[in-house]
Write a protein that binds this ligand. Sequence first.
Ligand code: PLP
Length: 294
Amino acid sequence: MAWRFALLIDPVASDIRRDDFSDTFTVIDPDGAALRLGDLSAQRGDGIFESLGVIDGHVQEVEPHLARLAHSAGLCELPTPNFDQWRAAIARVAADAPAGESVVKLILSRGVEHGPAPTAWITLADAPDSARARAEGVRVTTLDRGYALDVPARAPWLLLGAKTLSYAVNMAAIREAKRRGADDAVFVTSDGFVLEAPTASVVLRFGDRFVTPTPTAGILHGTTQRSLFAHLGQRGFETAYETVPVSDLGRADAAWLLSSVRLAAPIAAVDGEAKAVDRTLTDELNAYLLSPRD
Ligand code: PLP
């Protein structure tokens, strides 16, 4: 990933109101060393993050991402982020964004063990090229996530609805999918329900009805999926959150993986079974997702 710009942020309490937060930001060399060795993000993956798409300098869906950052902070018992401070940091890094697609990443770590405060930083990087995934689609393999649908409610300490920095399992799932000849994975519960992809939400289409797994099932509530559902609703389509059996992946007329940077990637095969890609509709969905969204 080509990093362009980074700021270290000195987090301030969520109730502090100021017009100017610039003295809480330190510009850092995006390719240089910036963290203490004992930072718990590096030692234990103990922190949370958000990745936001940037298109021609416009950062997409800032408020939904900040809301999810705060939700993750609550689940992880990290201090509530100061939204004004993060908005200012996002505006500062976006000012350096080139034309085309980039990624802004917000990171809030628990900080150094026994240290006084969390560590936070924000980066701007070039977005990977997603043209092929958007046009031709991705072949997915279903992978058991190893727990039943009711586990998130029974075991909240698993932090299943938080966007934590601990993505080692998610990356291992993508490697396993590639070993099986696919491009990406779709996690399913041990009792046979669709969850999400390691870095994306899953949306299925049945006629004029679009369905996604209920976010209480221990998955992230995708900002891209929510934005797309609002758009589809305005276009007269029905949208629904449901418990989705794995067999629906094959049964659906079409399906997509949705995320802030790759946007809508149609699912072209499930466990080796080809699936029709609706190129026209996918292009329309991506045109909407590439338009400035707040
Ligand atoms: N689910 C997981 C596990 C993710 O990592 C992501 C995005 O990174 C998503 C879903 C989609 O979320 P969003 O649309 O907000 O990018």
